[in-house]
Design a protein around this ligand. Structure first.
Ligand code: HEM
Length: 421
């Protein structure tokens, strides 16, 4: 296992370029590497078999870090995302029925209705007024999540407030909790005030959802709103830019989406999963730009991983982004090629199990995966079959980046001129 050097230098470089630093640590496409950040020992795991061992087989020993959950809990309360041990189990069990297959089927017409309302809104803006598509998709995802899971349909005003708040929490709030610089949040500095305002907005909206018939506790709703909206929105943004760069795929999915999405109100989940090329494009976008590009565990006790000793307190990092570009099992990993998912949109051809991990693995994997896939396929289907769009990004500028937290996102707002048929 590689060992990478000076802990202060590492800290400074990871703050500058997280993905660049971690791919450097792996060097030569290695499977596992050790490094230090300030006082903390880290192990980066980049091999499907080791990932399975860590996230599935040894999930009792390799757990969500207490300090990280406490930091995040200050922003979003105590729910599925921040709870550990028995409290987490109770959260997961309580939320699980919302994501059952039967419930999922009933959400499809609701998702289609929300998409229709957003299309109407964009049509009203007119093609000459470029929209901030990321904020619009975040608002749409919020209205979908709230109305499907909790039976509350927020207004577009609430959704816009939500979108602005979630960005502050995900960027500024997470930056603090990830780096540990979250002391004295009560001092009325502009940044603190912004974070506190965003926290109150999220709380107010979760309370509204809870009052409108949601049987779930407010903090579970806060967790779901926080975890379940930005990632689908960002993935669609990545898909839009990828399709713009690959017009042959845009033409192909435009045809396949037309029939499928026209009848989406009546479509079953099975039909939705057979959206073919459309589903493939979503899967390939998630491969190249997995919205949760890295996540972390900590060793609660001494363990071994693939024979490597891991001392208690060591932090383990898993990066779907690096895993999905591992040349050992991905052919031309940098190339956008939805054909990889031709036979099964959630499993790539020839790639080992746990080699494709946009939704994580093991007991703490994404509870919202099926909802996310259904939502993204319907939104993207509507965009390609009903709209023409042109993004306004500066040629040559890298449109995507990883900022603040382990979320991959656009490095600046993506403005889009959109014409809705
Ligand atoms: C493109 C969309 C999405 C992506 C890429 C994504 C990715 C992930 C990943 C990688 C994890 C595991 C993190 C870890 O192991 O530490 C996760 C967890 C989670 N996701 Fe998602 N997610 C998406 C959409 C959603 C949606 C739509 C919801 C809910 C409506 C949701 C709710 C959650 C929750 C609650 C957890 C924590 C589960 C637990 O700790 O038991 N996610 N997600």
């Amino acid at each position: 296992m590689l060992n990478s050097g000076n802990s202060l230098r590492n800290y400074l470089s990871i703050r500058k370029d997280q993905i660049g630093f971690l791919s450097g640590v792996l060097r030569d496409g290695g499977d596992i590497a050790r490094f230090r950040l300030l006082a903390f020992p880290y192990v980066l795991v980049n091999d499907p078999a080791l990932i399975r061992e860590a996230l599935v087989d040894k999930s009792e020993s390799l757990v969500i870090r207490g300090g990280a959950s406490a930091g995040l809990a200050r922003l979003i309360g105590h729910g599925i995302l921040t709870n550990r041990g028995g409290n987490w189990r109770a959260s997961r069990t309580g939320l699980q029925p919302l994501f059952h297959q039967a419930a999922m089927k009933s959400y499809i017409p609701t998702i289609a209705a929300r998409v229709e309302e957003s299309l109407e809104r964009w049509r009203a803006f007119g093609v000459d007024s470029p929209i901030d598509i990321q904020q619009e998709l975040l608002a749409l995802s919020f209205r979908i999540t709230s109305s499907t899971l909790f039976g509350w349909l927020p207004s577009f005003e609430d959704a816009a407030e939500f979108a602005a708040a979630i960005r502050v929490l995900q960027l500024d709030g997470m930056e603090r909790y990830m780096t540990g610089f979250d002391f004295a949040p009560w001092i009325p500095l502009p940044l603190n005030r912004r974070i506190l305002r965003a926290r109150s907005t999220l709380l107010r909206l979760a309370q509204s959802a809870a009052e409108h018939g949601g049987a779930q506790p407010v903090d579970e709703i806060r967790s779901i709103f926080f975890a379940g909206t930005e990632s689908p929105a960002n993935t669609i943004c990545f898909a839009l830019t990828l399709l713009e760069e690959n017009p042959q795929w845009l033409a192909q999915i435009r045809d396949s989406a037309r029939g499928a999405v026209g009848a989406v109100g009546a479509a079953s989940l099975d039909e939705l999963e057979r959206f073919g090329p459309l589903a493939q494009v979503v899967s390939e976008s998630l491969r190249l730009f997995p919205a949760g590009w890295a996540f972390e565990r900590v060793a609660a006790e001494d363990v071994r991983l693939g024979g490597h000793p891991i001392r208690r307190g060591t932090r383990l990092l898993f990066s779907p982004f690096l895993l999905h570009r591992n040349r050992r099992f991905w052919r031309e990993p940098e190339r956008f090629d939805p054909e990889r998912f031709a036979r099964e949109p959630t499993v790539a051809e020839g790639v080992p199990k746990y080699g494709y991990l946009p939704f994580g693995a093991g007991p703490r994997s994404c509870i919202g995966m099926r909802l996310a896939l259904a939502e993204m396929r319907i939104i993207l289907g509507a965009l390609v079959s009903r709209c023409r769009w042109r993004t306004q990004h500066i040629p040559g500028e890298k449109p995507l980046g990883a900022e603040g937290s382990f979320k991959i996102r656009l490095s600046r707002p993506l403005r889009v001129q959109i014409e809705v048929a």
